[in-house]
Design a protein. Structure first.
Length: 96
């Protein structure tokens, strides 16, 4: 099993420290960039009370995108687990 590496990411102006497999770093960073780009897009195009509103919109968009087409059930399950983990991290950070 590969040693986990610590990385710092910023999602919707909040810092998070994660430990991930080195092979997953590029994917995680691309996903973070996509999330932040979508937050900015939704912030520009829609009204919201706070950043959590925009993060929720992005999560809904991301989940909807995953359900389009003929994606495999395993892939959907894996991505759903990742979204749940991100949502959990965001909930913890917002409660802090």
């Amino acid at each position: 099993m590969a040693e986990l590496i610590p990385i710092n990411i910023v999602v919707a102006d909040r810092n998070y420290r994660l430990k991930i497999n080195p092979a997953d770093e590029e994917t995680v960073r691309k996903t973070v960039k996509l999330i932040n780009d979508k937050v900015l897009e939704f912030k520009t195009n829609f009204a919201g009370k706070d950043l959590q509103d925009y993060v929720s919109m992005v999560l809904l968009w991301f989940a909807t995108e995953q359900n389009k087409g003929d994606a495999s059930l395993i892939l959907q399950s894996n991505q759903s687990e990742k979204l749940d983990a991100i949502e959990s991290l965001l909930d913890k950070a917002l409660k802090a």
